[in-house]
Design a protein around this ligand. Structure first.
Ligand SMILES: Cc1ncc(C[n+]2csc(CCOP(=O)(O)OP(=O)(O)O)c2C)c(N)n1
Ligand code: SF4
Ligand SMILES: [Mg+2]
Length: 253
């Protein structure tokens, strides 16, 4: 008896194995997203937008309508699609460089306007596709191609707290969370709640995901897992984040 891989129904089987490096977290995020799409039954009306960066390697990942955008521009492209056809479920998928550096103005404005789209931002603490340069999320002391002695916060600042920023500037009805590839069940739940929030027409939904990049971190399997499970959460708190209008203790989403 052979064991069949449990691929989400919304995945394209003919494009697997996928194009990410071994040990990359992108594939795990996209598995959780595929499961969320399946469970919500939205494959036919979802539109998946992927940014430049390693997220673009997902351009043929799903059996859903997909658009690949310029670097940092996935949020406004999905915003336009959603405004033109509110029945669509718009998903903007990007890296930390795409969302917090080159596309930060789009994130800020979409969150401020409470656009009814879902943004999924994969935080692997650096620019993966271009060879591992410092990003806004690089940890203090972390060595990258452009911080060979380690990031010095006095010179280049502290890691961007994206979900905390989004929660502070968005409006009532938004959904904000930070998940991790170290807890896929929780991540799938956050992604489902983010998509459900859009389906209900409540407002902006944003999920940052702590992820892995063993290629540029230059880490083996054990070190990679330690980094995402233990080091990243020291700077980036995993969990749902309260948005304006939400009362203390009120369930999110
Ligand atoms: C306008 C523009 N500037 C710079 C680049 C070069 N570039 C391509 S990918 C990338 C960084 C991607 O990093 P991130 O968004 O964190 O995604 P990751 O690859 O880490 O998943 C950069 C700077 C580009 N393609 N377009
Ligand atoms: S370079 Fe890093 S982020 Fe890009 S596919 Fe490889 S492991 Fe993933
Ligand atoms: Mg990145």
């Amino acid at each position: 008896m052979s064991v069949q891989p449990a691929m989400p129904k919304s995945w394209r089987v003919d494009t697997k194995p996928h194009k990410f490096c071994p040990g990359c977290g992108h594939g795990l995020v996209l598995k959780a997203l595929g499961q969320a799409i399946d469970e919500l039954g939205i494959q036919d009306r979802a539109v998946f937008g992927c940014d430049i960066g390693c997220s673009l390697l997902a351009w043929d990942f799903f059996n859903v309508d997909t658009i690949q955008t310029h670097h940092g521009r996935t949020t406004p492209v999905i915003t336009g699609l959603k405004r033109a056809n509110p029945n669509l479920i718009g998903i903007a998928y990007m890296g930390d460089g795409g969302g917090y550096a080159i596309g930060s103005q789009h994130l800020v404005n979409a969150a401020s306007r409470n656009e009814k789209i879902t943004v999924i931002l994969v935080n692997n603490t650096q620019y993966g596709m271009t060879g591992g340069q410092m990003a806004p999320t690089t940890l203090p002391g972390q060595k990258t191609e452009t911080t060979p002695y380690g990031r010095d916060p006095e010179k280049t600042g502290y890691p961007t707290q994206g979900p905390e920023m989004v929660a502070a500037i968005t409006r009532e009805g938004a959904y904000v969370a930070r998940g991790t590839v170290a807890n896929l069940r929780q991540l799938k739940n956050y992604l489902k709640k983010a998509l459900e929030n859009q389906m209900a027409g409540n407002g902006f939904s944003f999920v940052e995901v702590l992820s892995t990049c063993p290629t540029n971190w230059r880490t083996n399997a054990e070190e990679t897992w330690k980094m995402v499970e233990q080091e990243l959460p020291k700077y980036f708190k995993v969990g749902e984040i309260k948005v304006p209008g939400q009362k203390e203790g009120e369930a999110n989403g």
